[in-house]
Design a protein around this ligand. Structure first.
Ligand code: MTE
Ligand code: MO
Length: 361
């Protein structure tokens, strides 16, 4: 074998994720594990699996559903239970929900640029977000047969990956109608990189709560402290003086479906994008060009809670350099702010962004 071929073969062998991540569809953050969707490559409402963003802290484990099992245990249940993959399919109602998952670190690179600093975490552009139809079993249906105690407080899914990824949530969130153990994504068996055979989907919360490759769920009568709610996925820094605040819900933000910076022709066209507001519903999107007046963008259905909405406006730009700004508002009356206070780990950067556009004659 030639050197080049050997090199290519090693690269394939050592790939840490399974699905192809071509540069036409995805942005490589450089970690070998984390790939964002290209915002200008989002066709319909749902994000196709071939470009759904990937965020993994360790290589995709190759799990076998035939030997896999799910254990429900902890001092918050009376009778620990073990389910097989077949049990999930055969003994529980299957539920489908459309939900957006966004990483708390989305836009971290832009956060750093705004403050003239580089954060340590994954250098996300705008692509650590995606929307899928998730089909699976309600977490509630899996917990209840184990006999949840009256003192149960928190529920913590735990992964079978190298780092045993885990992140607790309050019992009420675990019992919600739309908290699922998903087995299917956009009608296909959950792909290896997205958590096969089973992942949790925690609606409207930071992506890190939606644990992939789940093998165990702990129900606890005590608050649980783990790396992902004490060191990572917390807000720390001068504006968060008391103690690290674990991140839960995702704040309202929006996205223009153009490269950054964008190059456009001087001709009438439609500018499109998406907006997402965590557990809430986006109710309005406004835009302005070159700091002109704010105008309403039109919203396209579906308009669902805990899922993004598509918006658009018509534009006939003059040649030259322009700035597009977009601000979304949710059903709680929260609008994207102009600036976001610093936090040391670079999470939840959700201000109105100034999208640079060059228009060619
Ligand atoms: N087991 C496990 N689950 C995980 C992660 C991980 O590294 N390991 N990453 C989390 C983070 S930070 C995010 S943003 C989402 C990303 O889900 P996706 O890769 O399916 O897009 O998965 C979450 N679940
Ligand atoms: Mo994440």
């Amino acid at each position: 074998m030639s050197r080049d071929l050997e090199g290519a073969a090693t690269a394939v062998r050592e790939r840490k994720v399974v699905k192809p991540t071509p540069a036409e569809l995805m942005e490589d953050t450089g970690t070998g594990l984390d790939y964002g969707v290209r915002p200008d490559r989002m066709p319909g409402y749902l994000t196709p699996i071939d470009r759904f963003f990937l965020r993994s802290h360790a290589p995709t484990p190759r799990l076998d559903a035939a030997t896999w099992s799910l254990r429900i245990e902890g001092d918050g249940v009376r009778d620990p239970v073990t389910y097989t993959y077949a049990d999930l399919w055969d003994h529980f109602p299957l539920v489908s929900v459309i939900r957006t998952i966004e990483c708390a670190g989305n836009r971290r690179r832009l956060f750093g640029e705004a403050y003239g600093r580089t954060f340590a975490g994954t250098q996300w552009g705008r692509g650590a977000i995606g929307t899928a139809e998730w089909t699976g079993v309600r977490l509630r249906d899996l917990l209840e047969p184990a006999g949840i105690t009256s003192g149960a407080l928190e529920v913590m899914p735990e992964a079978l990956d190298q780092i045993r990824a885990r992140r607790p949530m309050p019992l009420a969130k675990a019992l919600a109608d739309d908290t699922l153990l998903a087995l299917v994504m956009n009608g296909e068996t959950l792909p290896p990189d997205h958590g096969y055979p089973a992942r949790v989907v925690v609606s409207g919360w930071l992506g890190a709560a939606s644990i992939k490759w789940v093998g165990r769920v702990e129900v606890s009568e005590q608050p649980l402290r783990v790396p992902w709610n004490t060191e990572d996925y917390v807000l720390i820094g001068p504006d968060h003086p008391a103690r690290p605040t674990p991140i839960t819900t995702i704040p309202v933000a929006s996205l223009v479906e153009l490269p950054w910076p964008a190059r456009l022709r001087a001709a009438p066209q439609v500018i499109r994008g998406r907006a997402f507001a965590g557990e809430n519903t986006v109710t309005a999107v406004e835009y302005r060009i070159d700091e002109g007046p704010w105008r309403a963008a039109s919203l396209a259905p579906p308009q669902l809670p805990a899922a993004w909405i598509r918006w658009q406006f018509a534009w006939d730009p003059r040649p030259g350099d322009h700035i597009i700004q977009v601000r979304a508002t949710d059903d709680q009356g929260r609008t994207q702010p102009d600036t976001v206070p610093w936090n040391d780990l670079g999470y939840l950067y959700h201000p109105v962004l100034s999208h640079p556009v060059r228009v060619e004659p």
